[in-house]
Ligand binder design. Sequence first.
Ligand code: PPE
Length: 304
Amino acid sequence: MPIEPTKSIWMNGELIPWEEAQIHVLTHTLHYGTGIFEGIRAYETSEGPAIFRLAEHMDRLINSAKILDIPMPYTSEELQEAAKEVVRDSGLASCYVRPIAYYGYGEMGLATTDCEVDVAIACWPWGAYLGEDAATKGVRMKISSWVRHDHNIMPPASKTTGNYANSTLAKMEALRAGYDEAIMLNKEGLVAECSGENLFVCRNGKIMTPPLVSGALEGITQHTVMSFVKDLGHEVTFEALARSDLYTADEIFVVGTAAEVSAVNSVDDRPVPCPGPITQQVASLYADTVRGKNPNYSHWCEVV
Ligand code: PPE
């Protein structure tokens, strides 16, 4: 998906022109994959552009830093203000927001003791991640031959740049085989998540999603959707899931900031009813809520 440039990028405390936001080829994190990042969306609301669950995203960035032992030069609150500044400055009504913290230029070698930490926040327009009809027609999923990270190899709880080499391997394998997205199992063979989304399975009247211990990111959209499901009067639980739970599901949907709520129409060529009733209700609640049209959750929309 080609990037559409916007006016400016926030780098280490100030807004600079988009094309000046450059880094050196010997930037430490480029070599070792030790950066941490976030993916956030801003939507058009009646009050103007608003960033969805901004505080939760910046708090997770701070947690990623704790896990990777990266000394963050800014607080979550400072980064929230900076993100609002970037979106405001872009003049866009809606956009994707990408904060990243990384070890900069100046040191080489694996020890990060003397490395400086740089932080940047960019925003640009980003359309539907899994295709325009992902919420209605659904996407084709393939269980990946690549295994999700283990907690003692690359902690899946942190959005570490290096973790995404694993996601890219899975995504490309799925695309080359003619599927839309990959589902990843952990080293015990249980369902973890997708290359860039969490997953929900409805089966025998139960709505379930794999927990962090299964190797899933603690998704903010996952949390949002769990609230919706409870509001609709259903129970929703974190569960360890086997691949057979996917093949016999009544409904499956995947969720993430970029992918929003996308329906699944098949797993490994076994059809899944799509879009199911829960998927449709959740997708419509999500579409309204992020645009400030759900009074129960207007506090999740941070006007810039
Ligand atoms: N799992 C993974 C591995 C993941 O990358 C994401 C977000 C999620 C779950 C859902 O998390 P949340 O956004 O908090 O609901 N993936 C981001 C990156 C996409 C990209 O291609 O880059 C995103 O959705 O912004």
